[in-house]
Design a protein around this ligand. Structure first.
Ligand code: HEM
Length: 195
């Protein structure tokens, strides 16, 4: 089968690249707002931006999961060994898991925060807290647990993302197959597609 028929569809590509951009931005903003020394105004704006992009990622992840369940992705190259296929599938499963785990723990830590700062998406759309958490008698330990889960989840995501990117680069530059090209729009097609 030619690669033209083995490509990801437009919706899968758009969701993949928008989410990739959003997640990289969230990692950078998250690290800066927690570990940088910023003035309170900038810090507040960064927190609101982080929460806004994070909730958008949660909604996009829902859409992406539904799309993925309804559409079979193109198969992996026949040249891949069984253990490589298992590793690739494990990596994709972990990435999907993180797309939900991080926004949900972020939402939970904000909902159990003692500061109770409202979330307004992109300064326009008020976003509710999760139920139950804002009304806990002692929110402090709950917030601490979700904050720790969120931070370690983000560090774990950085490791999985690094492996994901290294694997794609290996396919493109060493194995010289079409794994990267089929996730790019067709105007990026090169002779790799014929491999
Ligand atoms: C894919 C989605 C997300 C990613 C990749 C992400 C990433 C991060 C990172 C890297 C940090 C810094 C962790 C540290 O070094 O301590 C962070 C902190 C934080 N995130 Fe997220 N985040 C996501 C979604 C969300 C969402 C949806 C919310 C809230 C609605 C949120 C709220 C927060 C808050 C409040 C902090 C600061 C926690 C603290 O006070 O230490 N995040 N995030």
């Amino acid at each position: 089968m030619s690669l033209a028929t083995q490509r990801y569809g437009a919706v899968a590509m758009i969701l993949h690249w928008i989410m990739a951009l959003g997640i990289l931005a969230l990692l950078a903003i998250g690290l800066i707002m927690v570990h940088g020394s910023l003035d309170p105004g900038t810090m507040f704006r960064l927190f609101q931006l982080h929460k806004s992009i994070g909730i958008t990622i949660l909604l996009a992840a829902l859409l992406r999961l539904i799309w993925r369940l309804l559409h079979r992705p193109p198969g992996l190259p026949a040249s891949m060994a069984q253990h490589e296929i298992r590793l690739a599938k494990l990596g994709h499963f972990l990435l999907y898991g993180e797309m939900f785990f991080l926004p949900l723990t972020g939402w939970a830590l904000v909902s159990s925060s003692v500061f109770a700062i409202p979330t307004v998406l992109f300064g326009l759309i008020p976003w509710p807290d999760l139920p139950y958490l804002p009304h806990l008698a002692d929110k402090r330990p709950v917030e601490a647990v979700f904050t720790t889960l969120h931070a370690y989840g983000a560090y774990f995501l950085m490791a999985v993302l690094a492996l994901h990117i290294l694997a794609v680069l290996r396919h493109h530059f060493i194995l010289r197959d079409a794994v990267l090209m089929r996730m790019l729009p067709s105007w990026r097609r090169t002779r790799h597609e014929d491999l």
